[in-house]
Design a protein around this ligand. Structure first.
Ligand code: BGC
Length: 748
């Protein structure tokens, strides 16, 4: 297993990226405050409003078409920002057009959805989160920023930090899963990766935390749908990853499409002015999601676009994405006294400050160097980083009789619709990532490792969705010749992402039917999955010998899968979203509450009237935090440094972890806490710490965590964020089902 090599590679990659920083712009200008206030003193109200306007170019389509002609609007000096324009040449053309028409020479800001890579594509974010490794998340974002910046982009609409507990929702693929604590750590790392420590460096870009807020709680997992939740759940579960990015210095925020308890996020003063800009003191700017101001009308919140513009400005929205409402309404609203000049000035100032910090006033073309663009895109070290991230994202869900890793001398039949695929493997929303002819397929990855052609065969068998059976026979015939069968299956990439909710989360099409035929051959069958959400895999878990969750692993995905199957990479990923047994259990997540049934001391705890299904167990198929390895780990000797914690004190939690198997391997050691009794009820357990460790075969390590009263805080009955004295239970292990536990008391 190539761990040492991987770590050296990671560090080397980081080092080169850091070394690229610091290229300063040619012209020196006044310090930011002075510069921006002098500029604003010269600006007319129309020029200020223009800064608050973003239109889409005609490249990538990420929403409904707007009616406005962005070229004409740039010529009129009506635009502050453009999205969906890429590459140095095109962005330069648009910038030149803007500079020729901007009276005060205010540059355009170019935004783009750089979600999991720009040209070199990393695993989808949900996959990457399975690494439980903030360094990987930071590295992936850093590479994405370097490529995007070299391509004329100033601003990405990422990280998406929506906590998601419903796998029907297609956008779970863009986030870090269901947990607030882990999600916060990964969100911070991604901001650091995109923005670096110096925005004026030519390889960093503005990050944008989205979608504010609670978009992941859309009812029934249907995209854009209603959200209704208590302020306690909002603050405790959904908001912390957003706050974490403010603490990490994120420069922009995006509102969400959904309403929250009756108030759409884009017109939500409580969220934007009171919490984000007030309590959290966020000093960057807020952009809406795509046409979200216009959507206040169908939401039934604004009667027309004038009122929609008013409500958004009053709520604290600084920039209008695509909808054109600010451009048409703000001046009139100002004259009617419905918005204030101070509000418009504040929004404009925030946007100009971001442009200043990027160095655009010094040189509007500083991200437009064609030579740099050629050198930066798809560099070898970026591809290596993508391979590393893909390897770290693999989650081994089942491995009976150690069927994996495969042995080189075995004859292996690779079958399934994704076996030679170069399209879906990079996942949805892959920016300008190349697919066919560029991304590494599983077939290609395997062929790089196994040169003896007689040992491997490749056939499709079935399609992902189409129920065509004409290829099945040939694939079964080749599978019948093999010692082991590997079926590479999953979802079509566009079955996840925006506007891609599903009501069934089984393997699509007739893939399962094909698996059943393969099983009849009596050989071990390994299922390799590419998908962007938890799937229902009860049948597969029952019938397959091994299951490897590869997610959509990106440009280098085929290499990573091949290396993992043949044991050059020992999978160490852990799930960040619960996999249900059946869709009827959804929403299902590990940190749920208990119910009152059965009551303590009930005579017959097994009687009918308790909280359960009559046709399924309550437990998930695979819990949050779960993932196997080719080796095995044993946990022992859980110790707390004290049985009591003081309000200002800490306790240390230690545990011994041993590698008891035959391979070196990585393990994510997880710490959970349960607050037994509260003034409001508390979850069954909550993640409060994790450490990823590498243990050599036979090695043992003592892992230490520190817990303080701060870690035990929650919103009490009076909505105060406090830790309540009382009994706590600690669990440590390799998943959220960790069994080893001990207790302590938080004393007054
Ligand atoms: C999505 C955002 C995205 C924006 C711009 C919207 O439809 O919800 O996540 O950043 O489009 O492309």
């Amino acid at each position: 297993m190539k761990f040492t090599k991987a770590i050296i590679l990671l560090l080397a990659c980081g080092a080169t990226l850091y070394a690229q920083k610091g290229k300063k712009a040619a012209q020196k200008i006044k310090p930011r405050n002075e510069f921006v206030s002098e500029l604003m003193a010269k600006m007319t109200i129309e020029e200020k409003i223009a800064q608050l306007v973003q239109f889409t170019a005609d490249g990538t389509v990420t929403g409904p078409k707007g009616g406005d002609n962005f070229i004409e609007e740039i010529k009129k000096g009506n635009v502050g920002s453009i999205l969906n324009a890429t590459n140095v040449k095109y962005t330069r053309q648009l910038q030149e057009l803007n500079m020729a028409n901007s009276r005060l020479k205010i540059p355009l800001l170019f935004g783009y959805d750089v979600i999991h890579g720009y040209r070199t594509i990393f695993p989808i974010t949900l996959g990457e989160s399975s690494s439980w490794d903030p360094a990987i998340a930071e590295l992936a974002s850093k590479v994405a920023a370097a490529e995007a910046a070299a391509s004329g982009i100033h601003w990405t609409f990422a990280p998406m930090v929506d906590i998601a507990r419903d796998p029907r929702w297609g956008r779970v693929s863009e986030g870090a899963g269901e947990d607030t604590y882990l999600g916060s750590k990964l969100a911070m790392a991604r901001v650091k990766g995109f923005q670096g420590t110096d925005l004026s460096a030519v390889n960093t870009i503005l990050a944008c935390t989205k979608h504010f807020a609670a978009y992941g709680a859309a009812e029934a997992g249907r995209d854009y749908n209603t959200v209704d939740m208590s302020e306690r759940v909002l603050r405790e579960t959904y908001l912390p990853p957003f706050k974490a990015t403010v603490d990490a210095g994120v420069r922009t925020f995006m509102t969400s499409f959904n309403e929250i308890s009756g108030v759409p996020a884009t017109g939500n003063k409580f969220l934007l002015r009171d919490i984000l800009k007030g309590e959290w003191k966020f000093d960057g700017f807020v952009v809406t999601d795509y046409t979200a101001i216009n959507e206040l009308i169908p939401h039934g919140f604004a009667k027309d676009s004038m009122q929609a513009g008013e409500l958004s400005m009053v709520a604290g929205v600084d920039m209008d994405m695509v909808g054109g409402i600010y451009l048409k309404s703000l001046k009139k609203l100002l004259s009617q006294g419905k918005v204030t000049e101070a509000q418009i000035n504040d929004a404009c100032k925030r946007i100009l400050e971001a442009k200043y910090d990027l160095g655009l006033f010094e040189d509007p073309y500083r991200y437009n160097d064609e030579k740099r663009e050629k050198q930066e895109i798809n560099k070898k070290e970026y591809l290596d980083a993508a391979l590393l991230a893909a390897n770290k994202s693999m989650v081994l869900l089942k491995n009976s009789n150690n069927v994996l890793p495969l042995k080189r001398e075995q004859k292996v039949a690779f079958v399934g619709p994704l076996v030679s695929d170069e399209w879906n493997i990079i996942g949805s929303w892959a920016a300008t990532g190349d697919r066919n002819g560029y991304a590494v397929s599983v077939e290609e990855g395997v062929k790089k490792l196994i040169s003896d052609k007689s040992k491997v065969s490749f056939s499709k068998g079935v399609e992902i969705i189409d129920a065509k059976r004409d290829m099945m026979k040939a694939a079964l015939e080749s599978a019948a010749q093999a010692d082991v069968i590997v079926a590479v299956m999953g979802e079509f990439e566009n079955m996840t992402g925006e506007a891609a909710s599903r009501t069934v989360i089984d393997l699509p099409g007739i893939q399962k039917e094909f698996l059943a035929e393969l099983k009849k051959l009596g050989k071990p069958v390994v299922l390799v999955l590419m998908n962007g959400r938890p799937l229902t895999l009860s049948w597969e878990n029952e019938n397959m010998d091994a299951i490897l969750e590869a997610w959509f692993p990106g440009t280098m995905g085929g290499d990573a899968i091949a290396q993992t199957l043949y044991g050059l990479n020992n999978p160490g990923g852990k799930l960040t979203m619960t996999f249900p047994r059946t869709l009827g259990q959804v929403p299902i997540y590990y940190n749920h509450k208990n119910t009152g049934r059965p009551y303590l001391g009930a005579k017959d705890p097994e009687q009918k009237y308790k909280s359960r299904y009559i046709d399924s167990d309550n437990s998930p198929l695979y819990p949050f935090g779960y993932g196997l390895s080719y080796t095995s780990f044993a946990y022992s000797n859980l110790k707390l440094s004290s049985k009591n914690m003081n309000a200002n004190g800490t306790i240390k939690v230690t545990i011994d972890v041993s590698n008891t198997g035959n391979y070196d391997g990585e393990e994510v050691v997880q710490l959970y806490v349960k607050d037994k009794i509260g003034s409001v009820t508390r979850p069954m357990r909550e993640l409060k710490g994790f450490k990823k460790i590498l243990l050599k075969k036979g090695e043992k390590q003592t892992v230490e965590f520190e817990l303080s009263a701060d870690d035990l805080r929650f919103y009490d009955i009076k909505m105060q964020f406090v830790a309540e004295p009382g009994d706590f239970e600690v669990f440590v292990g390799g998943s959220s089902a960790a069994a080893l536990s001990d207790t302590f008391v938080l004393v007054k």
